[in-house]
Design a protein around this ligand. Structure first.
Ligand SMILES: [Zn+2]
Length: 167
């Protein structure tokens, strides 16, 4: 089976992204990346064939965008918070809660959003934490890059595992 996604490592072996096979092949053709793990099947190129890439490594180190700059998404937020309401621990009817409500000047940054079940979100309403004595279990923070890789992939291929241990 050829995986539909390829794990991209920085030159420093830090996992930084997930890309399509097509994109990976372009990077390999331009000699901007090398194959670290590949499958048994070959991808036919114009001048030569490639083994289908599973994990590639960029030849030159790139500057990874600050994680704060990565777009906030419900999926990434829920993954960061372990799919648990940060107020009561419920795992159902999850919503996005602004710790400082937007009506009180709170923004939608990673530092101000937490996973909340719908009942807790309704209970907290437009109040500040101190006003209702509801505090998130974990201080909101920017997710680890591994969270984005998990979100991009429904399932991590086995060939990726050795490179994600440190992630
Ligand atoms: Zn809750």
């Amino acid at each position: 089976m050829i995986p539909q996604h390829v794990l991209v490592l920085n030159a420093s072996y830090e996992p930084i992204n997930v890309c399509s096979i097509r994109r990976a092949v372009v990077l390999l053709l331009k000699e901007k990346a090398e194959i670290l793990e590949h499958g048994p099947r070959a991808i036919r190129g114009v001048t030569r064939d490639f083994p289908s890439p599973h994990v590639i490594r960029l030849v030159h180190r790139v500057r990874v965008p600050r994680y704060e700059a990565r777009r906030m998404s419900r999926r990434a937020l829920f993954a960061r918070d372990g799919h648990e309401c940060q107020y009561c621990g419920s795992r159902s009817r999850l919503t996005v809660d602004h710790v400082v409500p937007r009506s009180r000047g709170g923004d939608s940054s990673w530092m101000n959003v937490v996973t909340s079940c719908a009942p807790c979100n309704a209970r907290k309403g437009d109040a500040l934490c101190d006003e209702v004595h509801m505090y998130p279990r974990v201080t909101p923070h920017t997710p680890h890059p591994g969270v984005f890789i998990d979100v991009a992939m429904a399932r991590r291929p086995a060939a990726w595992s050795p490179y994600l241990i440190a992630a």
